[in-house]
Design a protein. Structure first.
Length: 111
């Protein structure tokens, strides 16, 4: 009985730990960008100032989100929408979903 009551708490706690772990892992990767030359950073659409600003985010915040925002602002003039997903996983399918015809029947998986 106690296991059922603890399940939501354990789920929330593990989600928080995973989020903090991801932020620290991404912080190490963004810190690696500080060793790159200006030319290398320019090749991926960043500047040294972008990297410094990303590293200036709070300790438990994900600095890669700041890099994505600065890069998209330069390219498109507006920041990308914020989500809780890692930036490499965000895929905007809103236009594709709007133009796709509805499915006639749900897909089934043969086992």
């Amino acid at each position: 009985m106690y296991a059922l009551a603890l399940a939501p708490l354990i789920s929330r706690l593990s989600g928080s730990v995973a989020k903090v772990w991801r932020a620290f892992r991404n912080r190490r990767q963004v810190a690696e960008l500080t060793t790159w030359t200006d030319e290398q950073l320019r090749d991926i659409g960043l500047t040294r100032g972008d990297v410094r600003a990303a590293m200036g985010t709070p300790l438990f915040a994900d600095p890669s989100a700041a890099l994505v925002d600065s890069r998209s602002t330069k390219r498109f003039g507006q920041p990308e929408p914020q989500t809780d997903l890692p930036s490499a996983v965000i895929i905007d399918l809103s236009e594709a979903a709007a133009t796709r015809p509805p499915l006639s029947s749900p897909a089934r998986l043969a086992v």
